[in-house]
Design a protein around this ligand. Structure first.
Ligand SMILES: [Zn+2]
Length: 113
């Protein structure tokens, strides 16, 4: 699944609002309440929203080489027949650029509990 992380401030939903499912105190998954499509996710208090590229009006405007991409993450868990055919960075787990951010979010969630 191709995901894009963008600032909330520069993003808006053009038709309705997504339903939210809180998996933890810190993380909610966003999905369409009509058809169940995965729209993305968001961390409480984070300035960014993570959006499923395929749900954008113009996903073709977000090729795998623009700002907002960290390459391929959790590659260690990919299904064996999936072939990654580009030269973007491949991370077995989370992208290093996001690790400190994720740790800060985790700490904030633990403070909330
Ligand atoms: Zn839908």
């Amino acid at each position: 699944m191709a995901l894009l992380m963008v600032p909330h401030a520069g993003f808006r939903f053009t038709r309705g609002e997504p339903a939210r499912y809180a998996t933890t105190a810190a993380l909610s998954y966003l999905f369409c309440s009509n058809c169940g499509s995965s729209i993305g996710s968001e961390y409480v208090g984070d300035e960014n929203i993570i959006v499923t590229i395929g749900t954008l009006d113009h996903p073709e405007d977000w090729p795998l080489n623009q700002e907002g991409w960290f390459g391929h993450v959790y590659v260690a868990n990919k299904i064996p027949w999936e072939i990654i055919g580009d030269n973007l960075p491949k991370h077995d787990q989370e992208a290093p650029e996001l690790e400190e951010k994720m740790l800060a979010i985790q700490r904030r969630a633990e403070e909330m509990n």
